[in-house]
Design a protein around this ligand. Structure first.
Ligand code: SF4
Length: 94
């Protein structure tokens, strides 16, 4: 997928997958997260807080982080992941 234009044909700064009309991909991201072992999966409240921080970040374009190239909904799914910004907007959790 061209990272500058979502499936909907829109360029959207500060959008997550669920806002881009990327239904199939969003569903696969949700399955990926649900299948992570609990000890590796970010708790719901932390996951939501991470995505809220991404939504406020100027590096978010079409659900992708400009600094690491990841879809943020995937990067945020693992407890051990951290935001690549310096300083980080969110950190790994135990
Ligand atoms: S720099 Fe951090 S807060 Fe910003 S989009 Fe990337 S992961 Fe999210």
């Amino acid at each position: 997928m061209d990272r500058t234009v979502g499936a909907s044909g829109r360029v959207c700064r500060r959008c997550l997958l669920e806002e881009l009309g990327e239904g199939d991909y969003l569903e696969s991201v949700r399955r990926y997260r649900a299948r992570l072992p609990e000890k590796e999966r970010t708790p719901d409240d932390v996951y939501d807080a991470r995505l809220a921080a991404c939504k406020e970040c100027t590096e978010l374009v079409n659900a992708t982080c400009n600094l690491c190239g990841c879809y943020v909904e995937i990067r945020a799914a693992r407890r051990s992941s951290a935001c690549p910004a310096v300083p980080a907007h969110w950190s790994a959790v135990q």
